[in-house]
Ligand binder design. Structure first.
Ligand code: FES
Length: 151
């Protein structure tokens, strides 16, 4: 039987639902639910990764890497939240590329995307699901790093 977590694992890691996993994903509380207003984002540092957490007009929460892959700047949490058709989106404040909040896919350039994380509200807090095995991350003197795809 496939649990919700296994299904999420398979999506996050791009593997078959029953493939063996390298570790355990963990839900991390990132902020109080009431701190995140509709159509706003916040940046959180979780397990060494900058994650942008968003709330849509309808109240749903989503989480993406905070790094804009086009500019390399950690700014997506300050992007503009909207929709394209039925798709909840964020537009980067840098060059305005639009990303699907559900998957991280760039709708303007589907070859490039950002990592998407599970997000939920539990007991008054927003939680983000982060892979347990954090890949090594290179950070240079400017504080910029390169996101590493989940294996
Ligand atoms: S669910 Fe993916 S590592 Fe545990």
């Amino acid at each position: 039987m496939t649990t919700d977590l296994e299904a999420l694992h398979s999506v996050l890691h791009n593997v078959a639902p029953n493939a063996p996993s390298a570790g355990h994903n963990q839900w991390h509380a990132v902020c109080e639910d009431e701190r995140l207003a509709p159509e706003r984002g916040v940046a959180a540092l979780v397990d060494g990764q900058q994650i942008a957490v968003f709330r849509t007009y309808g109240g749903d929460v989503y989480a993406l890497s905070n790094r804009d892959p086009f500019s390399g700047a950690y700014v997506l949490s300050r992007g503009i939240i909207g929709t394209r058709g039925d798709i909840p989106t964020v537009a980067s404040p840098m060059h305005k590329e639009v990303f699907d909040l559900r998957t991280g896919e760039c709708l303007d350039n589907p070859v490039i995307g950002v990592q998407a994380f599970g997000a939920r509200v539990r007991e008054g807090r927003i939680e983000v699901l982060v892979p347990g095995t954090t890949p090594p991350r290179q950070v240079d003197a400017t504080g910029r790093g390169s996101d590493v795809a989940v294996s």
